[in-house]
Design a protein around this ligand. Structure first.
Ligand code: SF4
Length: 755
């Protein structure tokens, strides 16, 4: 047993009284999200009607999960806090560093060799500080968490934006930066902006070709990539209870693509079935005993408009399969309209590769439904037109689907089974020919489809769909194939139609695994030595950032004015850079290399104001740093959307950027900038973005009286000698202003422990 039953029982024993107290304090029935939030208030925080979207509240999460790319920096930070052991149960999962190239076993062997020092570091530091360690090949963090640790009514944070996946098992699970994980593991409270509440009422029942994935693809189309910002999405209704637990996980997983703080579902029979199937009958029994506390109050669901900030209703019986993309997950196209959309936009309709799996869609149910289509290839005399790959989410799933013959069915249609890891989903896909940068189309069942995300080719158009639809489109080799209505020509020249997918929610013979890949930590880790070599290119122990100098910031050079979408992938690219996630100086060589310079529309090409020459962003910033000159980065809307990686905040901090000024921020990135002691500012008037010129030197005025809710002033000193003053807003509270003054949150923590 790897999960902590005592912790769950303790949470459940305290939950009813805490929820009742919150209901009384608020004087109204509660949503599920509120029940979980209020039952996890930090000690001493009294329940009251915290203003949603405005109030910062301290919480006490039950667990922390970290993936290997982000765990390196989180644990390097934890190592500097002076703690002997993590304060809450925590786990590390080795999933992001495995390159998908040939097939799972060979790729895994190579990854273990290539990443040996990182895995040794993570294994040793986990062992030392009481952290559960999931070895490479064990699976993808969110699938492993769902199978082992998630529990209804729990609260978890994880150093990955798709931590939200655990909402499928009724949790409030939130993606954070490594600095937040470090706080919680160190035994501190965790602060969150009290989220707004979005209710999604699901009526009807999924049928035919539609899958849970289509629910979130539809929601993404309605809410867009920003629509869930600072909100928890709570799903309810007969449609919710009729879906599998893992299907709910898929929906919650992609809540990250609408910017939601997290998403969740009330405890129901599907969750109990999943808990029992994954060896956690005791958790299901404990949840059953307090089940009315693990779902929203009946009155809330009867009159949702009264209790949620926004309500969406989707009739699952009428929902169509969707394909979202390319380049953004909110461009939602029902399959029946794809012919028209592809023609209108000139999208290549030949599907080159279909990829299923990832943390989003690799449940037993997903695979069994996809396999029901793969079987029809032989039965109906078809030939699969596109390449086809599978990345299982965990060894538990992989072993079970192999035992049940599903992998051999996929192999018969020419499929490649990659390692149980992120692989193509995070750009760790050594795709043959990608370097030619040809325009081409792929379809996958992952969650993200930003440019270059899967194979590094900016001309790959990636469309997101359910695993069932991906499989059908791979068989057809055609993006515009609508399996609901269209036929395919088989090898004999006959017209055949694919039968709708079918499958099992859970394995009839139960799950099985030989070696799940778990390493339990030492009981007493005090003698364990953390493995970091002094000359390592991949790991570097951290230094403390300098505190604020106590004055306004004058003469900051404009490093880049980024145009349009600037995600954390643009700020700190993944793919080949993942290997430097534990080495701050080396990974800083990717800083903002994906951002488009407003002034010349190029990436990684900005003007060095000291020399007048154009060059790469990191080199230009290093030149400013060497000259002792601070700088400022300017961005557009939803700056920093995407992942939770704090590298996107630490790199500019390390290289001497002082301010990031944007039209609007994605939540996690804004918090990460604050944690690292940066100034994260927004234009009071968004049109002032146009006033920023390429040769500007900028002063930040008002820092000596930096106060919550009080805007600051920026003086833009233009090259022609003129200047103008603009107002900028910030969302720092008193604690966050302390972080800024101390040079970062870690400096504050360390000082507290040193007392
Ligand atoms: Fe891995 Fe992709 Fe899931 Fe992120 S979204 S955890 S990269 S599989």
């Amino acid at each position: 047993m790897v999960f902590d039953l005592d912790l769950i029982k303790k949470t459940y024993s305290e939950m009813p009284a805490k929820v009742d107290a919150a209901r009384k304090a608020l004087g109204r029935p509660l949503t599920l999200a509120e029940k979980i939030l209020y039952s996890h208030l930090w000690k001493g925080v009294e329940p009251k009607d915290f203003e949603r979207g405005k109030a910062y509240v301290d919480f006490a999460p039950d667990r922390v999960a970290m993936q290997d790319a982000t765990a390196q920096m989180a644990l390097l930070q934890f190592d500097t806090t002076g703690r002997k052991k993590v304060a809450v149960p925590s786990t590390v999962h080795c999933d992001h560093l495995i390159v998908a190239k040939t097939e799972g076993k060979q790729d895994l062997v190579k990854a273990v060799t290539d990443n040996e020092e990182v895995y040794n570091f993570l294994s040793s530091i986990s062992n030392k500080y009481g952290i559960g360690f999931w070895k490479p090949g064990a699976g993808i963090i969110h699938q492993v968490v769902l199978e082992n640790y998630a529990f209804p009514g729990g609260m978890m944070i994880g150093t990955d934006s798709h931590t939200v996946n655990a909402g499928g098992l009724g949790m409030i699970a939130i993606g954070v930066g490594g600095a937040d994980a470090c706080d919680v593991m160190a035994g501190l409270s965790w602060e969150l902006l009290m989220p707004k509440l979005i209710g999604v009422k699901l009526t009807g029942k999924l049928n035919g070709w539609t899958a849970p994935k289509d629910v979130i693809l539809k929601v993404a189309g309605i809410l867009t990539v920003k629509g869930g910002t600072n909100a928890i999405v709570e799903y309810f209704g007969e449609g919710a209870t009729s879906m599998s637990c893992t299907g709910k996980g898929t929906i919650c997983n992609m809540g990250a693509e609408i910017g939601a703080t997290t998403s969740t579902f009330g405890y129901d029979e599907s969750m109990a079935r999943y808990l029992k199937a994954t060896g956690r009958a005791e958790v299901a029994d404990a949840a059953d005993a307090i089940k009315e506390y693990l779902t929203g109050d009946a009155e809330v669901y009867a009159n949702p408009e009264k209790y949620f900030d926004k309500v969406i209703e989707i009739n699952l019986s009428e929902l169509e399969p969707h394909l979202n993309g390319p380049f953004t997950p909110d461009l939602a196209t029902p399959i029946s309209q794809m012919k028209e959309m592809a023609a209108k936009n000139g999208w290549p309709t030949k599907v080159e590769v279909g990829l299923i799996g990832s943390c989003t869609n690799s449940s037993y149910e997903d695979i069994s439904r996809a396999v029901s289509l793969a079987k029809q290839v032989a039965e109906k005399g078809l030939k699969t037109k596109a390449e086809f790959t599978i990345t299982p989410g965990s060894e538990l799933v992989r072993y079970t689907i192999e035992r049940d013959g599903y992998l051999s069915t996929f192999e018969k249609i020419g499929a490649t089974v990659f390692a149980n890891a992120c692989g193509p989903c995070i750009g760790m896909w050594d795709r043959m020919g990608a370097e030619k940068q040809e325009r081409n189309t792929i379809v996958h069942s992952f969650n993200r489809n930003f440019a270059k995300r899967a194979d590094g080719n900016p001309n790959t158009l990636a469309f997101v769909a359910s695993p069932e639809l991906v499989t059908a489109l791979a068989i057809a080799g055609d993006l515009t194939f609508n399996p609901v209505t269209d036929t395919l020509t088989n090898e004999k020249g006959e017209q055949v139609k694919l039968d709708p997918p079918s499958g099992d929610e859970l394995p009839v013979k139960g799950f099985a695994v030989e070696d799940a890949g778990y390493q339990a930590p030492a009981e007493d880790g005090s003698g364990v030595v953390i493995d970091v070599k002094a000359d390592s290119k991949r790991l570097q122990l951290l230094y403390s950032f300098a505190p604020w100098e106590g004055t306004d910031l004058k003469g900051l050079k404009l490093l880049i004015k980024a145009k349009g979408k600037c995600t954390t992938d643009h700020i700190s690219m993944a793919g080949p850079w993942l290997k430097f996630r534990g080495h701050l100086d080396n990974i800083s060589n990717n800083m903002l290399i994906g951002a488009v310079n407003f002034f010349n529309e190029k990436t990684d090409n900005v003007k060095n104001q000291l020399t007048g020459e154009y060059g790469p962003v990191p080199a230009t910033q290093r030149a400013y740093k060497a000259a002792g000159v601070g700088s400022i980065v300017v961005g557009d809307e939803n700056y920093g959307e995407g992942s939770s990686r704090e590298h996107a905040a630490m790199e500019p901090r390390h290289l001497g950027v002082r301010v990031v000024l944007v039209k609007s921020f994605a939540r996690i990135h804004e918090t990460n900038l604050k944690k690292q002691g940066m100034l994260a500012l927004t234009f009071a008037n968004k049109e002032d973005y146009d006033k920023i010129l390429e040769d500007d030197s900028i002063d930040v005025i008002g820092l000596t009286s930096f106060t919550p809710g009080q805007p600051l002033q920026l003086v833009l000193n233009h090259k022609d000698g003129s200047s103008e003053t603009i107002t900028v807003n910030h969302s720092y509270n008193a604690q966050q202003i302390e972080w800024f003054k101390a040079g970062g949150a870690l400096n504050v923590i360390r000082a507290e422990f040193a007392k």
